[in-house]
Design a protein. Structure first.
Length: 89
């Protein structure tokens, strides 16, 4: 058994727990990300505002993928993260 295979096997239960947590508390985590971004933006006096919002959007996207993994909705919800353009059809 290779190192990566062994590592993946050991981390699988933790991944399932994180996914379950994300499903149960998605709204609270997203609110916490927004709140943290606001505090950091205020502390840096807006100097890194674009980077903060970009990072927050990426974190929300990752959270969305975790929360909706395996629930039949694909990679996430149909609403884009704030600051992202709406999907075109």
């Amino acid at each position: 058994m290779g190192l990566m295979h062994s590592l993946k096997a050991k981390l699988a239960p933790a991944k399932d727990k994180v996914s379950g947590f994300a499903q149960r508390h998605e709204e609270q985590v997203q609110h916490g990300l927004d709140k943290a971004a606001k505090v950091v933006d205020k502390k840096t006096k807006g100097k890194y505002s674009d980077k903060i919002h970009s990072g927050t959007d990426k974190a929300k996207g990752a959270m969305d993928r975790l929360a909706h993994k395996g629930d039949g909705t694909g990679t996430g919800s149909s609403t884009p993260p704030s600051g992202s353009p709406p999907p075109t059809t």
